[in-house]
Design a protein around this ligand. Sequence first.
Ligand SMILES: *[C@@H]1O[C@H](CO)[C@@H](O)[C@H](O)[C@H]1NC(C)=O
Ligand SMILES: *[C@@H]1O[C@H](CO)[C@@H](O)[C@H](O)[C@H]1NC(C)=O
Length: 375
Amino acid sequence: MRARMFSLLLFVLGIYTPVKSAADSNIFVCYFTQTRYFPPSAVPATTCTHLIYAFGLISGGTIKFRGQTDVNAINTLVGLKKQNPELKVLLSLQQGFPTIVTDSQTTMEKFSVNAISVLRNAGLDGIDFDWEFPLKKDRDNYSRFLKIFRTFVNKEAIGKTPLLVTMALANNVYALKTGYDVTSINQNVDFYTVMAYDLHVFNAKVDNVTGFNSPLYPVTGEIKYLSVSGLMSYCLSLGFKPSKMLLGVPSYGRSYKLNDANRHGIHAPAVSKGDPSPYRHLKGIYAYPDVCVAIQHGATIVSDQTSHGKYIYKGTAWVAYDDDITVAEKARWAVSQGLRGVGLWAVELDDLDGICTKDKTKLSLMTAIKNALNI
Ligand SMILES: *[C@@H]1O[C@H](CO)[C@@H](O)[C@H](O)[C@H]1NC(C)=O
Ligand SMILES: *[C@@H]1O[C@H](CO)[C@@H](O)[C@H](O)[C@H]1NC(C)=O
């Protein structure tokens, strides 16, 4: 009580700001995959609270690494914990779930034991399940698997910190509604990132007009579930817990090739994914530095006041993207909704070389999110 009075006094004097306890502090998950242009040694140790390495393999009833470069990269990330003892490093799995989840209880138990031992031996702090996406028929078996995995994680953790079990959740209403047993996930998973991006990706047959990758608010003429806020409220309505829910934010844009350079608005006809980006040379995708280079080369910027989405265009090139302003706005929005934080896809798509800012500040998207989350 006296301590509380004392902090109250300091608070009134403006010296002390109450901080959330570790149990409910904000989380900033950063996914990382290896590319030529972003070595694991360049991943910052103190920007994210959790790093998730993507991806390990499910193979032969256990977790395997794709090769020595993965093992080395994971060692490097785990080594960052020397600089930041609070940092957690996890491994994500994406392929191969059916081989475990549609098999017997014995197979699930063996996998759990093997996987836990692989994670511990690598010095990792947990596992991230990124099955894209479980179908309705998989739902009950997946739920059973999660329960078994959690039991083994808890059993193994006697006398030490339990491994974390996290998940990436689908970006569409149908998959969210049919593929996941929300009660089981809330019981057995520590936190989950809703992949609130790729809401529009060029597809010749079904999505052949320009659209936003990850707009915060609904876009005029579209259903609200094709927006970040609409998708997140849908997840809450299904019973996912805000205290375990992270907002997935992209550090990349989606590019299109316009049918007609003079029709460059939202929902303009497109003929294909965009040509290779100007800096990282990616087809259909602009990493954040690609967006900055395109703007430096004279692309026109449009901010949509309704959805808070942004796009650039030049000639027949058209790109919907996020920048330091939009990712910070989303992070603040997530906190205002009582969500636990942000999950970024991905570290290597941020601006490693500092070409987006006048003062050459590096990784400006990650920095903007960290600041907005007050980490
Ligand atoms: C669920 O798992 C059982 C084994 O426990 C398996 O026989 C069944 O085929 C699985 N269901 C689906 C839809 O894969
Ligand atoms: C464009 O997409 C629509 C559906 O949104 C589809 O009906 C139409 O056939 C597509 N156009 C082409 C040329 O494939």
